[in-house]
Design a protein around this ligand. Structure first.
Ligand code: SAH
Length: 217
């Protein structure tokens, strides 16, 4: 069932070249993308399209991000091996596995129980063991804080204060910020307890980071 053929590997190599041509320069990120069998994170119907630079449905009305978006956000994190990274929006688990291939310790939160369960299974079947949580990403994981880096993979209507609080000084958070169809990718670097440097990186389009209290099954 977990079939990663030479054909898939070949398609992945092409995807890596496409990402390089679109401006991804961090070799460690490209290597991680080259290693992760993205097709196994998609439902069967989409398997043959897995290596196109497209978003696809993963169930529960959610999508796996474009490979370029995954590569871009991962590059902005400027990861060092061994760092503690919090991801908001586990979704399919694909971004999670790319982070693990970068050599960091991953904590990830998902508010859809079915996606939480499904991603855990595929990740574990592939030999990836992040710490996965079913819960509200706006709250983060105070019990595991502080984190070196935080990556939000859903469109945040505002900057969640709890997440800023859970960032180490010197650490940074990547956040697609905005309530409309498009969001602005921002990197917030924590210079001091209440001092942040904001850098902006253009427009992207994510599914919304939802605020209602009721988690979905
Ligand atoms: N990183 C994912 C992309 C997921 S799409 C991947 O690689 O596949 C965004 C995900 O964020 C969806 O699964 C959605 O259910 C989740 N999400 C939305 N609001 C959330 C919240 N408040 N807390 C946690 N997860 C949330």
């Amino acid at each position: 069932m977990l079939n990663d053929t030479y054909r898939h590997k070949g398609m992945r190599r092409k995807l890596v070249e496409l990402l390089r041509s679109k401006g991804i320069t961090d070799e460690a990120v490209l290597e991680a993308i080259d290693k992760v069998p993205r097709h196994l994170f998609l439902d069967n119907a989409f398997i043959n399209f897995a290596y196109k630079n497209q978003a696809f449905p993963i169930g529960s009305d959610q999508t796996i991000s474009h490979p370029f978006t995954v590569a871009f956000q991962t590059q902005l994190l400027e990861l060092k091996k061994g760092e503690k990274v919090l991801e908001i929006g586990t979704g399919s688990g694909y971004q999670c596995s790319v982070l693990i291939e970068m050599g960091v310790k991953v904590f990830s939160i998902e508010r859809h129980r079915s996606l939480h369960m499904k991603s855990k299974k595929i990740l574990n079947d592939l030999g990836y063991f992040p710490k996965l949580f079913f819960g509200d990403g706006y709250k983060g994981l105070p019990g595991y804080a502080p984190f070196d880096k935080i990556i939000i993979t859903a469109a945040a209507p505002f900057i969640p204060q709890d997440l800023l609080d859970q960032l180490k000084i010197g650490g940074s958070m990547i956040i697609p910020l905005g309530e409309s169809e498009k969001q602005e990718m921002q990197r917030l670097t924590k210079k001091a307890e209440t001092e942040f440097l904001t850098e902006t990186y253009g427009e992207f389009s994510f599914v919304p980071m939802l605020q209602d209290k009721s988690f979905k099954s």
